[in-house]
Design a protein. Sequence first.
Length: 76
Amino acid sequence: MEVSYKKLWKLLIDKNMKKKDLQAQARISWSSVSKLSKGETVSMDVLIKICQALNCDIGDIVEFIPADKDSKTVEA
């Protein structure tokens, strides 16, 4: 399963914020911002800080994409 932060970047555009503004407001490291930019996973703590800073829900910033895009069910 892949992680997409496209919703986060759209939200930043809507709020007229830059990545450095997010870093400062959410009080996260620049390496976390870099990981987000590359679509890499970050800790739940980082996601919570972002949600608190942007006053949003995790579903507003993260989307999970199944590895097999044709598959509509998740295997256990």
